[in-house]
Every structure is written in C-alpha cells, then in structure tokens.
Design a protein around this ligand. Structure first.
Ligand code: TYM
Length: 332
C-alpha cells in the first residue's frame, strides 16, 4: 500500500444477494486483471445493502460470502486491501459532511434511485442518500480510478460533482475520481429477459448466472436463455438483444474480437452458441468455486482478512476525513 507511484483504485459490491456473472464481468474480473497496476482498495459495501430491507443474519453471512468471492476470484491480499465498509466509521462520518453540500435535486435525478423508488411504497432516506455514501467511499481514499459496470457511471459522475463542490466551497480537499468501464461485459442482461439488467435482487430461476451456481444450473439457465427467431449470429443490440447478450458474455470472458467470435459461431445455430457460452462460463466459474469452498472451511481466515484490510485502510480514511473536518471549521 505504500508504493507512491501507483494510482489508487477503489470499488465495492453490495452484499445484498447472490453475486452473478454481471458483477464478475462488469467489475470483479477487471479488478483482478489490473491489480498489479494499481494500489487497490476493495470494499464490501454492507452499509449500502441496508438501503433495502435485509435480514441481519443473512446480511452478516453475505458480507463474508462476498469477501471470500473477492479472494476466490483472484484478488491478492498482498496487493489489495479488502474490508467491510461498516468497519471504517469515516465512511458514515464523511457522508454527513457531504450531505451538507449536496443539493437534494442531484440525488432525485439518479436513475437507479428513480427505478428503485418506483418499486417501493415508501422510500427510505438511505435510498435517496445512497450515492452520497458512495461518494464518501470513493473520495475518502484519494481515489483516481473507480472500476465498475455501466450502471454505476452516473454515481461516479455525481461523486465528481460532489467533490468539486466541496473543493469549491472549502478549498482543495478531495481528488476527483475517474470511472473505468470495461469494453465488453459492462451491461449484462438477464437470461430470461435480455432487455433487463441482470440483478442480484430477486432469485427468479433462469434470470441470473450466479457465481456459486453448480454447472448444471448454469447450463440450464444458458440453454434456456431468451433469443429470437432470426437465426443470425450478430452483435446487434437493438434487434437481437438476447443473442447480443450471449455474445457479450462470451467476449468479456474470452477477450476475443467481435470478428473472431462471429467467425467461430456463424451459421451453426443458437444451440451451438449457447453451448459455447455455457462451456466458457463453467470453465471460468469452476476454479473460483473450488477456491471459494476450500477457503470457506476456515471462517477465522475471513475474519482475519477483513480485520487486516480495515486496519490497512483506516489511517488513509481518517486522514482525509480530518482534512475535510478541518476545512469545514470542525477542528484545528
Ligand atoms: P452493485 O453491488 O450493484 O454491483 C457491483 C458491481 O457490479 C456491476 N454490475 C454489473 N456489471 C455488468 N452487468 C450487470 N448486470 C451488472 N450488475 C452490477 C456494478 O456496476 C458494480 O461495479 N453502488 C455500487 C456499490 C458501491 C461502489 C462504491 C462501487 C458502493 N460504493 C464505491 C464503486 C465505488 C453497487 O450497488 O454495486
């Protein structure tokens, strides 16, 4: 954590359900691939999960599950600080300070907020404030880059706006972060409905490809994926969203070009494409699952990893919080 030449990366995942291939291809896979280039801070954002109703025992267990999945996917404890958001009090404290410089209209405009609020009878304050907590997560660590899927772009842009406004009002305090979004895999759709984002919430069968789904479940979900009747293999998001989604997953996993992928699958039917995607997904997830279940046998290891991660980042967060407090007139 003390290599000053390296730029810092921060990102996080909510322990609010079962992680899926969208979380992996949009975020986690890229964190793993780039971890040697950066100084890395990866959080399990348990406070964000509280913005929708959670069973306490399940939330506790899911936080540990996500921690293990970070490690099983290949994040190295040497190169990455991995910790639970609620273990660093500075996240909540900075959120309050940022609330006081953030116009409510900025939050009400967030598309994710609007989508989630529309599905609920009464909207909790936490749901509106969600992006401010996310801004605090990011700017507490002088973060340069935030690697996320496409759905988080707007939140990272808002983070810049909040940081900029704070700097304008109280003097240079925060680094303005930049978003990093992968070319393929940034917007994975549901197997059952290629017009809807693959999501953790709701455990509808055949919707998400979960990272811990056994191979036969993955196979079934992919082989039943919604396609179309055009019988054409093309990266055509508009007219063939189901086929596009399968090709996009395949591209994000293999790193092959669109031309190479079309050449591989052209003229052989959708069954063959689905088989290829199934094999690629299973080959990716099997070793992750194996490592996950090996590590899961030692719960003390997870606790130790979380504690060590929090101990490593706490001084960085506390320092930046204190600078903000000082600039706002709260301390000398
Ligand atoms: P969350 O938990 O919804 O998702 C975690 C990561 O997975 C990406 N993602 C997807 N990528 C491609 N296709 C999909 N269908 C898909 N679904 C999710 C997300 O873009 C994200 O990168 N607000 C964040 C968590 C967060 C955070 C942060 C992220 C809190 N503080 C600070 C970065 C920095 C969220 O709810 O992610």
């Amino acid at each position: 954590m003390n290599n000053n030449q390296k730029k810092r990366v921060f990102s996080g995942i909510q322990p609010s359900g079962n992680l899926h291939i969208g979380n992996y291809l949009g975020a986690l896979k890229n964190w793993v691939a780039e971890q040697h280039k950066y100084e890395n801070v990866f959080c399990i954002v348990d406070l964000h999960a509280l913005t929708t109703p959670q069973d306490p025992a399940v939330l506790y267990q899911k936080t540990r599950e996500v921690t293990l999945l970070y490690l099983a996917a290949g994040l190295s404890r040497e190169h990455c600080a991995i910790f639970a958001q609620s273990h660093i009090a500075a996240h909540s404290e900075l959120t309050w300070l940022l609330n006081c410089v953030t116009p409510i209209g900025w939050l009400e405009r967030m598309t994710q907020y609007k989508d989630k609020a529309a599905k609920q009878e009464s909207v909790g304050t936490g749901l509106v404030d969600y992006p401010v907590l996310m801004a605090a997560d990011i700017i507490l660590y002088d973060t340069h880059y935030v690697p996320v899927g496409e759905d988080q772009r707007q939140h990272v842009e808002l983070t810049r706006d909040i940081a900029q406004r704070f700097n304008h009002l109280y003097g240079e305090t925060f680094v303005l972060p930049e978003v990093l979004i992968p070319k393929a895999g940034a917007r994975i759709k549901g197997m059952d409905d290629p017009t809807a984002k693959m999501s953790k919430s709701g455990d509808k069968q055949g919707h998400a490809l979960h990272l811990l789904d056994p191979p036969d479940v993955l196979r079934k979900s992919i082989m039943r994926a919604t396609t179309d009747s055009l019988n054409k293999i093309a990266f055509d998001k508009e007219n063939q969203p189901g086929v596009y989604n399968l090709l996009n997953i395949y591209q994000a996993i293999t790193g092959h070009s669109e031309e190479e992928i079309i050449a591989e699958f052209d003229g052989k039917g959708y069954g063959n494409l689905k088989k290829g995607v199934t094999e690629a997904v299973i080959a990716t997830l099997e070793p992750i699952q194996k490592r996950y279940y090996e590590m899961a046998e030692d719960p003390a290891y997870i606790e130790q990893a979380l504690k060590e991660g929090a101990d490593r980042v706490r001084p960085i967060a506390e320092h930046r919080l204190q600078v903000a407090q000082k600039n706002m007139g709260l301390r000398k």
